[in-house]
Write a protein of this length. Structure first.
Length: 189
């Protein structure tokens, strides 16, 4: 088993960062990379636990949770929008859940080209076990923070996501900034 990215801790840049990247900001680089590492570590742990507990990949558990939580049957496209999964992997995920007897595909009476996905009673039983387990994992993972710190974290994450949304809504700008390439003691060709 490979070690979790969490075992590497927060990302820290070297003391020469400001010289190498005079237009950069060391704390922004550290926070950005640490957020990415954190997201990867959290998703890997969720994947590890869901796979061990239920012998299914985490995306399948997420799809099951989305279908279970919907007020009415969903089309595969609606599921894709809610879980941000590629269409090709969604078909395989729905196939897996259907083979397990946890979902059913039914013709969509409003659109003959479309299907509706519904949860089965067996799927509901599995969701009733998976979701509390995931909530416990989430609570345990964040138990090192006080309630006030979790609130602060949420506010900060909301600000980061809002800014990321603004950036992704705009056309990518050509990269800029300066770099003073450091002298390396050994470089392979």
């Amino acid at each position: 088993m490979r070690p979790s990215p969490a075992s590497r801790g927060a990302v820290r840049v070297g003391p020469d960062f400001a010289h190498e990247f005079p237009d950069g900001d060391a704390r922004s680089t550290e926070a950005y990379a640490t957020l990415a590492r954190t997201g990867t570590a959290l998703l890997q742990e969720l994947e590890r636990c869901v796979q061990a507990w239920y012998d299914i990949p985490q995306p399948a558990a997420t799809v099951l949770a989305v279908v279970e939580g919907a007020e009415s049957p969903l089309t595969p496209t609606q599921i894709i929008e809610r879980v941000l999964a590629p269409a090709a992997s969604m078909t395989a995920t729905l196939d897996l859940l259907e083979r397990r007897g946890w979902i059913e595909r039914r013709p969509n009476p409003q659109d003959r080209r479309s299907l509706l996905i519904t949860i089965t009673p067996e799927g509901q039983e599995v969701a009733d076990r998976i979701l509390p387990g995931i909530r416990t994992l989430e609570r345990e993972t964040l138990s090192g923070l006080t309630s006030k710190e979790r609130d602060q974290l949420m506010r900060m994450l909301e600000k980061i996501l809002a800014r990321a949304d603004e950036i992704t809504a705009a056309e990518p700008t050509p990269p800029g900034g300066r770099r003073n390439r450091p002298k390396r003691t050994s470089r392979t060709s």
